[in-house]
Design a protein around this ligand. Structure first.
Ligand SMILES: [Fe+2]
Length: 393
């Protein structure tokens, strides 16, 4: 019998984007087409050596758009860095933002935009639909394959006082244009490729089991999982393989559109606390939590997890007992993590057990938890953190 959800009302939003080799060279033409005179180029400081921000800057200059560079921000951008960026935007008379980098860079640019348009502190936008006015035009060039920030209505900012990454969700945060060029992602290290690839996988999985999923987000989420399973190990082993890099970037795009519209779940709600506490790589946090979160959520939507598990290599008969299917799904996740070198638990990355209670309270306050297929208690979230202390064998 078809699922009743098929006919439930669902809205889907996505920006204009260009995918393919050479897309980065369109930056100038695209920004000039928006009537922009001067753009703040928000660029990951670590990327200068690879030349990508320079290529975008040259493209803007050729199209008659002036640029001012802003690169004084961290991975997991901090609240005060966003406010400094907004001040730089105003002081230099910019009228648009261009982001070149991974999720942190794009989130920083999104945050600078809404601070500027609304003249409020960035932390005041926390939660869902708290942004009154959209920011100035924003073009994004992602340099990693995982975040999905180039198409999403999310921005994540580090609240340094509360030691927590806050989630801001608003349609106004969707960039105007994204340029997805596989060539830009070949400079990622093995570790960054694995972590960002698992971030994309976590987006696809959480979107697929979300309470807010629909036919279109399902289509995108399942194809993202298939592409990630088929391509991530080779993207790590042969980083210059442009076909494989392209497949991963496409997977990230699909997963990004899926989660931007179906939203996420407890994996992200729980990893936001970890990222704020220890400034840990976001994708790595999701990957560490993935087994324990699946173990907890499985009973709410077993058939959905079975489908995800099959795409990750799990083998079981359709008529097998539920416990057998669940074990196969969890085994597939464990094996795939090991295949890409993610073999640590929370204890290995320095997250002490004493932090679990506070982390659980923070996770319960994260908007991503609202669409999780099971609504956990504080004690249950603590138990999931506990279960993720050691990697599964
Ligand atoms: Fe994520």
């Amino acid at each position: 019998m078809p699922e009743k959800l098929l006919l439930s009302m669902r809205k889907f939003v996505a920006p204009e984007f260009v995918f393919g080799q050479g897309a980065i060279s369109l930056a100038g033409r695209q920004v000039a087409g928006l009537g922009v005179r001067r753009a703040l180029l928000v660029a990951d400081p670590g990327l200068a050596a690879y030349g990508w921000p320079g290529i975008v800057e040259a493209s803007l200059t050729d199209a008659g758009v002036e640029t001012r560079l802003f690169n004084e921000f961290s991975s997991n951008p901090r609240d005060y860095e966003v406010m400094a960026g907004a001040a730089a935007f105003a002081e230099t008379g910019c009228d648009a933002l261009v982001a070149v980098g991974g999720g942190s860079t794009m989130d920083c640019a999104k945050a600078i935009g809404i601070v500027n348009a609304n003249q409020r502190h960035i932390l005041e936008f926390e939660g869902v639909d708290n942004v009154e006015r959209p920011g100035p035009p924003l073009l994004c060039v992602p340099t990693t394959a995982g975040t999905g920030a180039e198409v999403s209505q999310f921005a994540i900012v580090n609240d340094t006082a509360r030691k927590l990454k806050i989630a801001i969700t608003s349609k106004t945060l969707i960039p105007d244009i994204a340029l997805l060029d596989p060539a830009v992602t070949v400079t990622m290290s093995e570790e960054l490729t694995a972590n960002t690839g698992f971030d994309a996988l976590s987006h696809a999985m959480e979107a697929y089991v979300s309470n807010a999923h629909g036919p279109l987000t399902d289509l995108l989420a399942l194809e993202a999982v298939r592409l990630i399973y088929a391509n991530l190990p080779r993207a790590i082993a042969v980083p210059q393989d442009i076909e494989v890099r392209g497949a991963m970037l496409l997977a990230s795009l699909y997963a990004g559109m899926a989660f931007s519209n179906a939203i996420l779940g407890i994996m992200h709600a729980m990893s936001h606390g970890l990222g704020g506490l220890r400034d840990l790589p976001h994708g790595q946090c999701n990957a560490i939590l993935m087994d324990a979160v699946t173990d907890y959520n499985y009973e709410a939507v077993p058939q959905r997890y079975d489908q995800l598990g099959r795409l990750l290599g799990a083998r079981f008969d359709t008529g097998a007992p539920v416990s057998e299917k669940k074990a196969a799904v969890l085994g597939a996740i464990r094996d795939f993590k090991q295949a890409v070198g993610i073999t640590m638990g929370l204890a290995d990355i320095g997250v002490p057990r004493e932090t679990f209670h506070d982390l659980a309270i923070k996770a319960l306050g994260d908007p991503c938890i609202l669409t999780n297929p099971r609504q956990p208690t504080v004690a249950e979230i603590e138990a999931i953190y506990e279960s993720a202390r050691q990697p599964r064998s």
